[in-house]
Design a binder for this molecule. Structure first.
Ligand code: UT7
Length: 326
């Protein structure tokens, strides 16, 4: 027996902000954003569209599509770096409340843009270990709430949204066949929120507002991202006796078109194998991989037996990937 994705759902805020619209308030241009990132639009959540709201809506759609009753769910895992409440309670607790199901476990995973990749393997482990039969894994982010809108180096990159997968048991050789989960904690300061944690507590009147928003050393993260994209794809292929010809799709974290193009050239894997949708949704951190999978599902691109690699990379610095047989 193994564990696989029975269905995938998503939630995307209706408000769509184009590069042109953003250029009215941020010192940037459509030309710069497109040529440096491949991003054309992003969806921005309203005040009512909290992280837990978007996560719940994505979970409901996934449960509906799988034909799984909500009362069959044993565990909710929410991957997010933009929880409704700063440290606790977990956003997964609020999703459990919103769904109105009791007697189950719920926990958040904080692995930034690799969060959904981690969540899938953790969910798989819970089912294989016998703790759960049905797990909902969600990647949900409201990055607009922690964006420094005065920093053009980051303000143009991010968007909001959520994607959710229902995990249930499946036949051996199908589903989530393998995962690699990695971290380089020496890079903790390349991409983070500098203040507000216990290392640098928030002090009213003293803590600069921008230190409570996303900070990123873009170049450092870019170089890391290209390197680990190649590493994860190669390792997953080697560990599973695959060549690039065997792979139907690679679904990477949707941060930047240039990162993926550089990784594709280094790994000698054609760009056509990479599924990209950052043009529409920008970088949604842990929501980006499930949002891409949900879009592929909607477009009926995912066929039974297809071999798919996911790749996550981001703050932490975390990285990893899953080998899925659909
Ligand atoms: O999800 C987590 C993973 N995150 C990532 O993977 C992001 C990784 N990093 C990147 O994708 C790239 O580093 C960025 C897209 C963030 C930046 O691209 P870059 O080619 O590294 O640009 P840069 O930061 O070196 O900036 C080049 C120039 C600078 O101007 P000067 O100093 O050359 O005059 C910036 O001030 O571009 C300027 N610039 C902008 N100009 C217009 C930076 N941001 C903008 C902007 N609009 N939004």
């Amino acid at each position: 027996m193994n564990v696989g994705i029975a269905s995938i759902g998503s939630y995307i805020p209706a408000r769509r902000v184009s590069n042109e619209e953003l250029s009215k308030t941020v010192d940037t241009s459509d030309e710069w954003i497109r040529s440096h990132t491949g991003i054309g639009n992003r969806h921005i959540a309203s005040d009512e569209e909290t992280c837990s709201y978007m996560a719940t809506e994505a979970a409901k759609e996934a449960l509906d599509k799988a034909g799984v009753d909500k009362n069959e769910v044993d565990q909710i895992i929410v991957a997010t770096i933009t929880p409704d409440y700063r440290d606790f309670p977990a956003t997964a607790n609020l999703v459990q409340r919103n769904l109105g199901i009791g007697n189950i476990g719920s926990i958040d995973v904080k692995a930034a843009c690799t969060g959904f990749v981690y969540g899938l393997e953790l969910g798989r482990g819970l089912i294989l270990g016998g703790t759960a039969k049905t797990v909902v894994v969600i990647g949900a982010e409201k990055l607009s709430a922690i964006t420094n809108w005065n920093d053009r180096g980051t303000a143009v990159l991010f968007g909001d949204g959520a994607g959710a997968a229902v995990l249930t048991s499946c036949a051996d050789g199908e589903g989530i066949v393998d995962s690699v989960l990695r971290t380089d904690g020496t890079g903790y300061d390349a991409l983070n929120i500098p203040a507000g944690g216990t290392a640098t507590p928030f002090i009213p009147g003293e803590t600069p507002e921008e230190d409570l928003c996303i900070y990123m050393d873009g170049q450092r993260v870019y170089n890391f991202a290209v390197k680990v994209n190649v590493e994860i794809v190669k390792d997953l292929m080697e560990r599973n006796g695959l060549t690039s010809d065997d792979i139907d799709y690679i679904v990477p974290h949707q941060a930047n078109y240039r990162i993926i193009r550089a990784a594709s050239m280094r790994a000698r894997i054609p760009m056509e194998k990479y599924y990209l949708n950052m043009e529409e949704f920008a970088n949604t951190s842990s929501a980006s991989v499930p949002l891409a999978l949900a879009e592929m599902d909607r477009k009926e691109l995912l066929k039974k037996g297809m071999k798919i690699l996911t790749v996550g990379f981001g703050g932490g610095l975390t990285y990893g990937g899953n080998y899925l047989v659909w």
